[in-house]
Design a protein around this ligand. Structure first.
Ligand code: MLT
Length: 265
């Protein structure tokens, strides 16, 4: 059930379903909670699944000109506290993963386990950060359609685009209807994010690392390094998938998540 949760940090739209150990899902940029539809369908029969619309995305209103990954993580903590979810398994894709890194740094007590999907521990190189700031300005002037054109070819594996055009079209609609102010603020926040690579060895938390074999944004070899450095991480490479592995190959992603949740108990 989708509902608004009021917190000290503002109101957030969440899709809340099922009962049991809470699994909190954080979407990528510039998307919303609907990218997790196959995980919501699968895990709400065994877990409490809470899929947020991050600040400025979906039905959650924007607030500031820049939202850092630490601020997004504080928002997520505020929602978890307002909903009295207790320690959760936090699963983030790409920007959701950047937020998960900040969350484990600042809210470790609220964390039972971590699932990092198609994400990076590295900060942006200066050129990439500059390009994000240009995007942040452009989106305010032009809206989000150009982002759909530039991002969609990178989000999905070539085969997915050919064989499952309906999920690419649905993602285009989400990007085109995204709030420019929210997208701009998150782009600025990602440009500022810090590098977590040197922290990985100290992240002593059970972690599942998932990557689509054809991910063009957070490549499999980079995610393998993340899994190798974290003391309690295991890696699952998802066949026939790109950056949007949970949408592109839900059976394989769900199988990996199910095994991880079983191990956590
Ligand atoms: C995402 O999927 O969240 C974005 O590709 C992240 C990024 O642009 O770094």
């Amino acid at each position: 059930m989708q509902q608004m949760i009021d917190t000290s940090r503002g109101s957030f739209s969440v899709d809340d379903s099922g009962e049991g150990t809470p699994l909190v899902l954080l979407h990528g940029f510039p998307l919303d909670h609907s990218m997790w539809k196959d995980q919501i369908a699968r895990f709400s029969s065994t877990h409490r699944v809470v899929a947020l619309d991050l600040r400025g995305f979906g039905k959650s209103p924007p607030r500031n000109k820049t939202v850092t990954m630490a601020e997004f993580a504080d928002d997520v903590a505020a929602v978890i506290k307002a909903m009295k979810l207790g320690p959760v398994v936090l699963c983030g894709l790409s920007m959701g993963g950047y937020i998960a890194f900040a969350f484990q740094e600042n809210h470790r007590d609220l964390l039972k386990g971590l699932i990092l999907c198609d994400t990076r521990s590295l900060a942006d190189m200066p050129e990439a950060a500059k390009a994000r700031r240009v995007t942040a300005e452009r989106v305010l002037k032009e809206g989000t359609s150009f982002l759909a054109d530039t991002m969609l070819p990178k989000l999905f594996a070539e085969k997915t685009a050919l064989t499952r055009p309906e999920i690419v079209d649905a993602t285009r609609r989400v990007i085109e209807s995204a709030n420019p102010a929210g997208v701009s603020a998150a782009a600025r926040g990602m440009a500022e994010r810090r590098d977590y690579s040197d922290d990985l060895a100290g992240m002593d938390i059970p972690c599942l690392v998932i990557v689509g074999e054809h991910d063009a944004i957070s490549p499999a070899d980079e995610m393998t390094t993340i899994a190798n450095r974290m003391p309690q991480a295991e890696l699952k490479v998802i066949p026939n998938a790109g950056h949007m592995a949970p949408l592109e190959n839900p059976p394989a992603v769900n199988e990996a998540i199910e095994a991880f949740l079983e191990q956590l108990g």
